[in-house]
Design a protein around this ligand. Structure first.
Ligand SMILES: NC(=O)C1=CN([C@@H]2O[C@H](COP(=O)(O)OP(=O)(O)OC[C@H]3O[C@@H](n4cnc5c(N)ncnc54)[C@H](O)[C@@H]3O)[C@@H](O)[C@H]2O)C=CC1
Ligand SMILES: O=C(O)C(=O)Cc1ccc(O)cc1
Length: 364
């Protein structure tokens, strides 16, 4: 029987465990976590089959998934390189940075260990085993970086183990990876957190300002609610790329400041126009959707009972809804509902029965 150890049963580790369970019910999943409440929950909800303490049964493992913060993943790799392991064991991680992880994994180069650096490009600001779900990575890119040619032979084995994630596999080099994620994930995170802190400081002694923060402010700063331990480790493991991109971002801000000072209306207009054109091309967030199917995005903000009303209308019309997802565009109010249908015709009929709701058509 295949045995998989997951070290770190948080949002990502437990989501992978749940996905493995779906596709491979015969695989035995063992879990380790610092937090005993996480382990209790994971056992009670059959996320794992057995709790292990650190490397207790590591010599019997066929696959080891390291899913703690990046700094912990690096320590785990160093530890593992001194353990007695099953020949041909497949070790992977889920860390958000890859250069320091792949460097640490060089420790395996003289062993019969297959190491594949991994990074699923989806997740949430929520943490812990409670927030995990099997379809967290559906339609999301999942980076894979094999340590060497032998590890590259195991890429499809790992893809098969995690097939129920429905992720889209992508192979890049570690520097390519870190450069991409610095700009699209790490720098935005710093900016979101800086904006929240600066806003808090601005409204010191004037709590009304903070209470009024809504809409755009909340959507651009949602990620600042993520775990500080995880994000400290990310910044310290991708320092060069993050510093470089932050530097360029600061230059952008200085330019805008200059245009405002000069009252340069044309430059300011072009700045917003260029950003709008580029952002519009991104379309709606399709992560979590079933690929190749037909999505309808319905704004249900502020409408009490709207979720039940929408699903009742769709089911009364006899339409086959294959997925329903609440996009957390706005906190505390309902947000945008993503309805996925299996045919274009069902989507058009749904558009009709929901015509008194605001339907977002961009990117369909
Ligand atoms: N949160 C996200 O959206 C994404 C996170 N990642 C990466 O995935 C990794 C895990 O992140 P999350 O699951 O979000 O965090 P999380 O905080 O939900 O889970 C991490 C888990 O690791 C456990 N842990 C920490 N140190 C440990 C140790 N020494 N031994 C055993 N368990 C330990 C914690 O108790 C916690 O349950 C991080 O490296 C992060 O960079 C990757 C993609 C998305
Ligand atoms: O919350 C979100 O939208 C995220 O962007 C989650 C996320 C966090 C870290 C990653 O390395 C990848 C994805």
């Amino acid at each position: 029987m295949t045995k998989v150890l997951i070290k770190g049963l948080g949002l990502i580790g437990s989501s992978l465990a749940r996905a493995i369970r779906i596709q491979h019910p015969d695989v035995q999943i063992l879990g380790d976590d610092l937090n005993s409440a996480s382990l209790d929950y994971a056992m009670q909800n059959q996320v794992i089959d057995q709790v292990v303490a650190k490397w207790d049964q590591v010599a019997e493992m066929d696959v080891i998934i390291l899913a703690g913060p990046v700094s912990q993943i690096i320590k785990d790799i160093q530890d593992l390189s001194h353990q007695s392991l099953k020949p041909g064991v497949l070790i992977t991680d889920v860390g958000s940075t890859k250069q320091t992880v792949m460097k640490a994994a060089q420790a395996f180069k003289d062993q019969t260990v297959n190491f594949i650096g991994g990074h699923p490009m989806a997740g949430s600001h929520k943490t812990g085993v409670w927030a995990g779900r099997a379809n967290l990575f559906e339609n999301a890119f999942y980076f894979q970086i094999p340590l060497n040619a032998a590890s590259a032979q195991q890429l499809t084995k790992l893809q098969d183990l995690l097939a129920a994630t429905n992720a889209k596999w992508l192979q890049v080099t570690a520097p390519q990876h870190d450069k991409i994620v610095a700009q699209i994930s790490h720098v935005p995170h710093v900016i979101a957190s800086a904006l929240v802190n600066q806003t808090e400081a601005t409204f010191q002694g004037d709590p009304l300002g903070m209470r009024l923060a809504a809409g755009g402010f909340k959507s651009i700063t949602r990620i600042a609610s993520a775990d500080p331990t995880m994000w400290s480790a990310i910044l310290l493991n991708n320092p060069t790329m993050i510093k470089e991109q932050l530097h360029q971002f600061q230059a952008e801000l200085t330019t805008v400041e200059k245009w405002i000072e000069q009252g340069d209306q044309a430059a300011i207009f072009d700045f917003f126009k260029q950003a709008k054109v580029s952002r519009d091309q991104l379309g709606p967030d399709k992560v979590g959707a079933v690929p190749g199917q037909y999505d309808l995005f319905v704004n249900i903000a502020d409408q009490v009972g709207a979720l039940a009303d929408v699903t009742r209308r769709v089911s009364q019309a006899g339409l086959n809804l294959v997925n329903l997802h609440i996009l957390e565009i706005r906190e505390e109010i309902d947000g945008i509902l993503q309805l996925t249908f299996s045919t274009a015709n069902d989507r058009e009929q749904a558009r009709q029965v929901l015509r008194d709701y605001e339907i977002i058509t961009k990117g369909e």
